[in-house]
Design a protein around this ligand. Sequence first.
Ligand code: ATP
Ligand code: MG
Length: 577
Amino acid sequence: MKMSVLLAPTLREVPAEAEIASHKLMLRAGLMRRASTGIYTYLPLGLRVLQKVEAIIREEMDNAGGQEVLLPILQPAELWHESGRWDDYGEEMFKLKDRHGRQYCLGPTHEEIITALMRMEIRSYRQLPLLLYQMQNKYRDEIRPRFGIMRGREFIMKDLYSFDRDYEGLDENYWKMYHAYARVFARCGLNARPVEADPGAIGGNMTHEFMALADAGEAEIVYCAHCGYAANVEKAECVVLPVEKSGVLEPLSRVATPGVRTVEELEKFFDRPASQMIKTLIYKGKDVIVAALIRGDHEVNDTKLARAVGLMELELADEATIERVTGAPRGFAGPIGLKDCKLVADPAVMELENGISGGNAVDVHLSGINPGRDFTPHQVVDIRVARPGDPCPSGDGTLQGARGIEVGQVFKLGTKYSEALGATFLDENGEEHPIIMGCYGIGVTRTVAAVVEQHNDEHGICWPMSIAPFHVAIVPVNYRDEEQKVAVDKLYEELKAANVEVILDDRDERPGVKFKDADLIGFPIRITIGPRNLAQGQAEVRKRDVGEVELVPLNEVVTHVQEQIRKAIERESTCSC
Ligand code: ATP
Ligand code: MG
């Protein structure tokens, strides 16, 4: 490909819309352009990268026994009513009507449509197991679309669904996919780590997320360097350590605390640490009000709390609800004397001796609170967010924290969708059973952004060889110089003939401009041909990532470059999985 004809509109300035490195660089390198909020157009170079990621995923899915299909984006509402998710999915679903008034959605995911397909096609256990996947656009009206294609409203996902007759089969496919995912990300040059996660709204009982480690990641994870435990903080179990107690229980007292509201203000006022306070947060869910009790230095984990009370979602209550339940405005809630709500306490709260909390009255707090003596929760359950420094729940180590970009997720679904939609099979005895399902997603477009996030420097992107838009860029210092042009054209043809993906920067630009663009776009190898080296019959070959430069005789450039490409791809695909 010649640069003079390629649509690769690079930008010198950082676009105002972009906050994180991958978003800035994908725009600046001319890989994509924004069409609307969370909706992007891929330009030729961006599309090449995307297609390479897709090719790696296809290879790994096919190797694991997957068969590719293509499911519709436009999905009838009836199927979503059958699964119960038409209402449950909420505002994130794009809904629309056809000319006859029939309702549809733009698929945010495809469990319903594929389960309906299986209901039609699967009759017998002999047709199982089955692994079907697709590479397809998904539509989600995200509350906060941001960071370019990292969190889009239209994005590409690879979704695979497994269908088995029993849980042993599901288990086998789950781990097969888990390992295939580890290989996909390693081959794309991503440092991604599987972590235990919460099954959330999709249902099911076991799931791992693959997190590309990056500061720009929206997810927080904790891990133990000692035993390898790793989990999303939403999921990570919190261990309760016993607290040293005096055994002397103070009487419960009301204390006037004018103008004192926050935990910090209370710490000053009472001269006691936050770890001796009880925070009381009022939540509202479908048909229930929940008062969550958590230690002053801890945070409530909304996901754990919702799960504890058997709901999909809970949100912090409004002012009117708080007043009704506590008898006071926001900021004075405490566990004693609440009305019409379910009291859920974190186990660490139950360890407190002579604690302090709000008094459910304006400018009043209570001290000398002793759980069990002064209040009894309806439920004591882990509802706190894990944090670095906590003890590891599965060994002797201490948890460390990191941020991650969720690039993929594997789920054991069980029979949630097959039962709801009636997808069954007959066993050897002619008995009917629901098909056991799993689902497995990779954010294809997000993976590209995550790779850029992990592979860049102040000059631009440093693509891993496996997914680079082109392996090599040839940059002539002056393409109008006849001698250089002849040498460069010859090399370009030879490289193409050797199946090396090569760009020739034939533009009439200053060398500095061409070098800057090559670095910004991030071709892994740059070959520079200028008068001085040409006189020696040599070309300069430079590796983008490490900046290493070698002078190579012109007649050896093709084999030299082929060898570098081969080695790089081999290195990238080595994965301990
Ligand atoms: P998130 O928690 O980031 O919103 P999710 O858990 O809702 O993601 P899944 O339903 O598990 O996403 O989808 C599978 C994969 O699709 C995710 O692991 C992620 O890589 C990708 N993905 C999900 N939402 C988006 C989005 N809005 N834009 C780009 N990729 C996405
Ligand atoms: Mg997910």
